[in-house]
Design a binder for this molecule. Structure first.
Ligand code: SAM
Ligand code: FES
Length: 356
């Protein structure tokens, strides 16, 4: 595409309340180096204008790898009988939270597989205990639950919830998630929003059978739902899944989707995902250059960290707890940016006028 036409198209997309699918698809189709450079630097400017230079940290603790689902791509799927399952005790979990808080991290992400054995009241007690000791925001990422569970945890003090749509195209969603309902997933997102959570979603790039149009649909979905956070990572094949033999998601396509998501959502928190750091090498820096403004250091202690194997080659599996702080600081400095140690609550209330 001619460079001035590209600049014009990016401008139109960024200003549109409802960008056209064909336009998003056209951008996802770009491949020439100079086109990609223009796209990424446009997204980077929007990030700077709407979110600033800070890189926010979300410390994650993966406290259970039990899962009742059969997502075709995920190593935690219930049919993976080779995986040793664990659920951390309250003491183990609180000890990890203490490390995280001592590292000056102000957002804790509590993540697990969709664990049917998770005691709703046990988690409520943990949330209450954390909130009484530390000034940190709590994000939950536990999959689909009844609205009553979401309410209980919100009332106990949980601030945010992350539930990726994975694919906003119902057909592709159903082809990659056996036994699940797309409508139920949407309802969960709606319930979370009405309960007052800051809500995050996201998708996987390179799912088998996915088209560029599907990715354009994902990006439109993020725009239409005005999510506070959006996680976009490449698919990475895991050998104990139905997608064992499939190709990994492509780096450039993931970066294009990330950049476009920044351009349409403006001030959503976008992580340079762990999956982006787990391809043939660590590409989180590239993510930070084209729209991302969040990193997610891992505070899951061993031996559990190794057992939370969503996909192979996951970053930071062997690093000692806390090693990530130093590494992330280095990454931020190399970009002339800084680690923002504040809680990083939703920026959605800040209405800025686009002027890039
Ligand atoms: N159970 C919760 C849920 O379903 O929302 C959270 C845990 S789930 C393991 C976290 C995320 O891992 C999913 O939302 C999915 O996007 C990602 N994931 C799982 N398997 C993956 C794979 N093979 N490649 C890339 N991302 C994957
Ligand atoms: Fe974990 Fe670099 S982010 S070691």
């Amino acid at each position: 595409m001619n460079m001035s036409n590209l600049a014009k198209l990016l401008n139109e997309i960024s200003l549109a309340d409802s960008p056209r699918l064909e336009d998003l698809e056209q951008i996802l189709n770009l491949n020439r180096q100079e086109e990609l450079k223009e796209l990424f630097s446009y997204a980077d400017k929007i990030r700077q204008e709407f979110c600033g230079a800070g890189i926010f940290l979300r410390g994650i603790i993966e406290f259970s790898n039990y899962c009742c689902r059969e997502c075709f791509y995920c190593g935690l799927n219930k049919n993976n009988h080779k995986l040793t399952r664990y659920r951390m005790s309250k003491e183990e979990l609180l000890e990890s939270v203490a490390y995280l808080a001592a590292g000056n991290i102000k957002t804790l992400v509590l993540q697990s597989g969709e664990d049917e054995g998770l005691d709703v009241l046990w988690l409520k007690e943990i949330i209450l205990s954390i909130k009484s000791q530390y000034d940190i925001a709590i994000t939950l990422s536990l999959g689909e639950r009844d609205a009553g569970d979401y309410r209980l945890w919100k009332e106990a003090g949980a601030d945010r919830y992350l539930l990726k749509i994975e694919s906003a195209d119902e057909g592709l969603y159903l082809k990659t998630h056996s036994g699940m309902s797309f409508t139920r997933r949407l309802n969960c997102l709606t319930n979370l929003r009405s309960l007052g959570y800051q809500v995050g979603s996201g998708c996987i790039i390179g799912l088998p059978g996915q088209t560029l149009k599907n990715i354009a649909q994902d990006i439109l979905f993020f725009k239409q739902n005005d999510f506070d956070m959006v996680g976009i990572g490449p698919f990475i094949a895991h050998k104990e899944t139905l997608f064992a033999q499939e190709q990994n998601g492509r780096l450039q396509l993931t970066l294009k989707a990330l950049a476009l998501t920044r351009i349409v959502t403006k001030n959503a928190f976008l992580p340079a995902t762990t999956a982006l750091g787990s391809l043939d090498k660590d590409y989180r820096l590239e993510g930070l250059k084209c729209g991302a403004n969040v990193l997610m250091p891992n505070f899951t202690p061993q031996p559990f960290r190794k057992l939370y194997e969503i996909y192979p080659g996951k970053r930071c599996v062997d690093e000692p707890v806390g090693a990530c702080n130093f590494c992330m600081d280095k990454m931020a400095k190399s970009l002339g940016r800084f680690i923002d140690y504040s809680r990083g609550d939703a920026l959605k209330f800040k209405k800025a006028v686009l002027n890039v």
